[in-house]
Write a protein that binds this ligand. Sequence first.
Ligand code: GLV
Ligand code: GLV
Length: 329
Amino acid sequence: PRPAVLVARAIFPEVLDKLRQHFEVSDNEHDEDWSAQELIARLQGKAGVLTTGSQRIDAALLQACPQLRIVANMAVGFNNFDVAAMTEAGVVGTNTPDVLTETTADFGFALLLAAARRVTESEHFLRAGRWDRWAYDLFAGQDVHGSTLGILGMGRIGQGIALRGAHGFGMRVIYHNRSRLDPAIEAQCRATYVSKEALLRQADHLVLVLPYTPENHHLIGAAELALMKPTATLVNIARGGIVDDAALAHALRERRIAAAGLDVFEGEPRVHPDLLTVPNVVLTPHIASATRATRLAMAHLAADNLIAFLTQGRALTPVNAPPRLRVAR
Ligand code: GLV
Ligand code: GLV
């Protein structure tokens, strides 16, 4: 019999069709919000699941779903996975690197420009009918070109931001990362490695592009925000929880920093109420990878991971390598 897989959220019909060529496919046609218990119930008998980052894959689920062998996340981040528990259980996890790098880097710049140049704040003012005359300092913001771009987390997306900043906007690029980049890549990105403290102190615009891990929880809190320039902008396209949202809202209100652009939030889709009331922040609903072409490529890559693993035994973009895999049964 063909393996059975579950697609946990609504996705592109053409990707479901592709999966149906290989598997018995159950899907979530009406894109319902399943509880952990409902997800476990629907996973019974399934060898694979396509997830989106909103389904938590932990030891309890793995134990309750003994036939599950692969979890293919349609996201580059995989903080919804308990990777250690998956590896221990012999379950492979996959993500969708590379296909979203350029699209996501573009959006980092969209938020950076919008925050620094006060694009959405001024649009609200205009829509509210409050624009009655020119003024010398009307929505005067901060320059992007020629400024110092700080990047925290220098993976593929961070490098994409660096390239745009250095080559497109003539920015001086500084970065901090767990490990230094290869000198050839540093040269290509025109990026200089600095300490985290130097990054916070020197950046005119700071972009966060690092994965969420428990060690990164509230990596940017009141103490870090206090090191930043009062004219600085902060952009988070990484994950909620890396920034202490309450502390950030406070810093924005007090003008400790000039502005922020946020695509991700602690506890999203809820947004800290204080962020909703400060004017100098641009807020978007986790859409950095959301172009039609890129979301389609992500869905295809997640599906291709299920197909490659369940039909040929080898995932394309695994995030773990369990020494002993669960066997089909
Ligand atoms: C989106 O946040 C992703 O991880 O792809
Ligand atoms: C993270 O994995 C990235 O691609 O930057």
